[in-house]
Design a protein around this ligand. Structure first.
Ligand SMILES: Nc1ncnc2c1ncn2[C@@H]1O[C@H](COP(=O)(O)OP(=O)(O)OP(=O)(O)O)[C@@H](O)[C@H]1O
Length: 849
């Protein structure tokens, strides 16, 4: 019987057609990169010998295909030519041995793309190679089935390397699998049935996985708890009892112990302490204490006394919830939240009635400042920037400027508080010129500095590079950080295997998986829902029945309707298990209880984002783990993290994939009734291939799904182009092998029509040559775009840019030296160093948060 895994659902939810803003796809870069021909269409496919950077990808031997080098085996699929397979595969009831022979031949790489389609412009050497390959095809098709089967079963296509004998997966051939056939609807079948069989070649032509030579660094750590109790602070007795009984807390954390007295004195403060250390209460407690103690009792109609700015809607809700709890005994003080996604009308009505502690995302507040007469700040006493480094970065700059101008115009005296786990030098410098005599609070406990004892794979010990002190952030002591290096072709199966390992075979695991764009979240969410979840519906033999119900997928990103976002956030918060697939919209500040694993499927754009992502686990002294998945070309990123005092230990890809041997859903089908005797690495390879085939079959089951996967791939490439300059040497689109990456989207070949978009974009860019100027601002734009792709939080950037014709204000990037610097000191009017006209940042970058 076919495992349930292979059953097909036709009522699947397709991802919403997210109309993402048009972002410049650096087609020029792609072309220069000579990415495999399939991705660029025949015209763009390189016809000269492959550039050296593709050499490690093993594209030399098998890469000639219909549009040039780079497709075929290089693309990760062995496509059996029609003229070879048609008789055996398409004929109903064709003898199994004939079918298997061809599939196996495909799997061992002896059958390649149709050589008749080779470009005529092939150079002489390549042409000779093509002819030789063609002869090989013909030989393959004529060979007797049994003989072929024996050959492919026992003779590896490539010589087994020393490394392979050590149990790695590099460069070895795989045994063939029967391609899984599902039951498909007639229409789908008509659309999809082709006279060829596709099999995966996951373990061939992969780049070597490099040894991780990384520096050991002293990780910065902080002590979370103190023995000091809240009642030592002289707070209102009702406030203390609320903290003890409602919040169920008795002793203060280090950051609370240091910050609360300073803030109660009325000082401005910069607060930096590790993720999950209790910074929210560090400002909320003094805020509530000071408001309830005001001599003239606060009236609702007074309007805001406190303004808290946070970068995301979910964080706004969460902070509102905390404030609400603290205010239980002080019912006359009214908290409120403005966060977008809600009807403006109802928000306006609430503002009219009066909100004393106003928590908001910047974009929505700007909306109201511009359109609502009822919002005024004359009584404002506190201005709090939670996740200050995020709020004050370029994406929110314009909004913050509007807010500060509005606030400064009305309010003369207030306390300013900036908080984050990653307050960087840039933010503190900004704070220095704008805060009034601020106290800098950092919980860093030097006595806790230590080498991570778990770093067993350490190769080199060297001091961290000079000048990194300010960019080093504390990491919770109980957080174990891991990295795994996985070739692009194997990324998808590896992620799926890791999810299965933790969330299907282990109890009560709660995982957050970070992706670099909304489309990527949608794609993987739907794919896993339709494949992994349906497979886990039928418990395999030996598997606990309850294990099948353990898998639960949720997703969260900036392109979702607010109602659904809130529902998902609440559901995952209260759930004991599950997998949340998300963008960086969930990276900052969210306190999701009992998260055990953080997986970063796409590397973050900065060490600060890395810290915030992993900070969703191991909160407030709990234990947690993280896994960063890197491609071999990205392995250098480990050193980049080390330069920020971040240590990661390696998990071998094989150790992740081996969970598949526990899941009978992924048992490979041997030819005929022959039973599998494969053990160890070979069996793991087989099962990984079955899983990949499940993904590929699902994606290729209709044209719509194929184009959906292509869109996700496009989105991945776009996001990849927006890594900041300092990381470009690690994450450069040139280092991507499009065919291999396509495989991680369940695509069998590198898509050819990606080039259409590239060409369109290039044309558009030619019309606006100013956009390509290599200025500092371009770098900043890249950061905005990247953050846009990472969270869906700033969709307005490109829209606004499109509105601006060349030469018009806003069409030219502003040199860094002229970029506006907001200041938020007491009673100051915010000044731009340059008139607002013509600034790149004159965009609604944070309307959608
Ligand atoms: N004194 C305390 N005792 C016990 N638990 C606490 C205490 N203070 C805060 N917590 C809990 O610790 C968790 C993390 O707190 P919080 O979200 O404020 O951390 P944070 O430092 O703001 O994290 P991030 O940097 O990720 O935003 C919350 O669940 C909170 O309820």
């Amino acid at each position: 019987m076919e495992p349930a895994l292979f059953s097909r659902r036709h009522s699947e939810n397709f991802p919403s057609e997210n109309s993402r803003p048009n972002v410049i796809l650096p087609g020029r870069e792609v072309r220069r990169a000579g990415l495999p021909g399939g991705g660029l269409g025949p015209r763009l496919a390189p016809i000269r010998p492959l550039p050296p950077f593709l050499a490690p990808f093993g594209v030399g031997r098998y890469n000639w295909s219909r549009s040039g080098p780079g497709r075929g085996c290089g693309a990760g699929s062995s496509r059996v030519p029609r003229w070879v397979l048609a008789p055996a595969v398409c004929t109903p009831g064709a003898p199994l041995h004939a079918y298997s022979t061809q599939v196996m031949a495909a799997a061992d790489g002896s059958l390649l793309d149709n050589p008749r389609t080779f470009s005529r412009r092939l150079p002489a050497q390549a042409s000779r190679q093509a002819k030789a390959t063609k002869r090989k095809y013909q030989a393959s098709s004529e060979a007797p089935p049994v003989k072929r089967r024996n050959e492919t079963s026992f003779l590896p296509a490539k010589k087994t390397s020393v490394k392979e004998t050590q149990g790695t997966f590099k460069g070895n051939t795989q045994k063939a699998f029967s391609a899984k056939k599902h039951s498909v609807s007639t229409s789908d079948r008509n659309q999809e049935e082709r006279p060829c069989v596709k099999t995966s070649s996951l373990f061939k032509n992969n780049p070597d996985i490099p040894e991780l030579h990384r520096s050991v660094v002293k990780q910065v750590q902080e002590k979370v708890f103190t023995s000091a109790a809240f009642h030592e602070l002289g707070l209102h007795p009702h406030l203390i009892s609320t903290i003890n009984t409602v919040l169920k807390m008795s002793s203060m954390t280090s950051v609370q112990k240091q910050s609360i007295p300073v803030l109660l004195e009325g000082r401005d403060a910069l607060v930096r302490s590790q993720t999950g250390s209790g910074k929210t209460l560090a400002y909320c407690i003094p805020v509530v204490q000071s408001l309830q103690a005001m001599k003239s009792k606060i009236q609702r109609s007074d309007g805001p006394y406190v303004l808290v700015l946070v970068p995301t809607r979910e964080l706004a809700l969460q902070s509102f919830d905390t404030v609400q709890k603290l205010l239980k005994p002080f019912t006359w003080i009214v908290p409120g939240v403005l966060m977008g996604g809600e009807k403006r009308k109802s928000e306006k009505a609430r503002l009219r009635k009066g909100i004393n502690i106003l928590i908001s995302t910047p974009g929505r507040l700007v909306d109201h400042i511009k359109s609502t007469k009822n919002i005024h700040f004359s009584r404002l006493r506190w201005l709090v920037f939670d996740e200050a480094d995020r709020i004050l970065d370029l994406g929110f700059e314009k909004d913050i400027t509007v807010i500060l101008n509005a606030v400064n115009a009305e309010c003369q005296k207030r306390q300013n508080v900036l908080l984050s786990a990653t307050l960087t030098e840039g933010v503190t410098r900004l704070a220095d010129i704008s805060l009034h005599d601020p106290v800098s609070i950092s919980v860093l406990d030097e006595s806790h500095d230590q080498l991570n004892p778990k770093d067993k794979v350490v190769q080199e010990v060297c001091p961290p590079p000079a000048g990194d002190e300010l960019d080093s952030f504390a990491i919770p002591e109980s957080l174990e950080q891991h990295v795994t290096v996985v070739p692009s072709k194997l990324r998808l199966v590896c992620l799926a295997a890791f999810i299965l390992q933790k969330c299907k075979f282990e109890k009560d695991q709660k995982m957050v998986v970070f992706f670099s764009s909304c489309e990527l979240v949608e794609f993987h969410y739907s794919l896993f829902l339709q494949t992994l979840l349906s497979s886990s519906g039928a418990p395999a033999s030996g598997q606990l029945p309850s294990a099948s119900t353990r898998l639960k997928f949720l997703r969260l990103h900036g392109n979702m309707e607010q109602e659904e976002r809130t529902a998902v956030f609440q559901e995952f918060s209260h759930s004991r298990r599950g997998v949340l697939l998300c963008t960086d919209v969930a990276a900052r500040g969210l306190d999701l209880p009992q998260v055990t694993w953080i997986v970063q499927y796409n590397a973050p754009s900065s060490p600060a984002e890395y810290i915030h992502r992993i900070g969703r686990t191991a909160r407030i002294g709990c234990h947690g783990s993280s896994l960063l998945i890197l491609a071999p070309s990205e392995a250098e990123y480990v050193n980049s993290l080390a330069s920020h005092k971040i240590n990661v230990s390696e998990i071998k890809m094989e150790d992740i994939l081996c969970v598949l041997t526990r899941d009978d859903c992924f048992k490979g089908k041997r030819w005929g009734t022959q039973k599998s005797h494969a053990v160890g690495p070979q069996e793991i390879r087989e099962r990984a291939t079955v899983l990949q085939t499940v993904f590929e079959d699902y994606v290729h089951s209709s044209e719509r799904r194929v184009s959906w996967a292509k869109k996700a791939l496009q989105s991945f490439i776009r996001a990849y182009t927006t890594y900041p300059r300092e990381l470009k040497h690690i994450f450069h689109v040139r280092s991507l092998h499009l065919g291999h990456v396509a495989k991680s989207f369940g695509l069998r070949d590198a898509p050819r029509n990606l080039s259409a978009l590239t060409r369109k974009k290039r044309k558009a860019n030619l019309k606006r040559p100013g956009l390509h100027k290599k200025t500092q601002s371009k770098h900043s734009l890249a950061e905005i775009l990247r953050s846009e792709y990472s969270s869906g939080m700033e969709p307005g950037v490109t829209k606004v840019r499109q509105q601006n014709a060349p030469g018009e204000p806003g069409s030219q990037p502003l040199p860094h030296s002229l970029q506006p610097t907001p200041c938020f000191g007491r009673g100051k009017t915010l000044k731009w160093r340059k008139t607002q006209k013509g600034l790149l940042w004159d965009s609604k970058t944070s309307q959608k948060v």
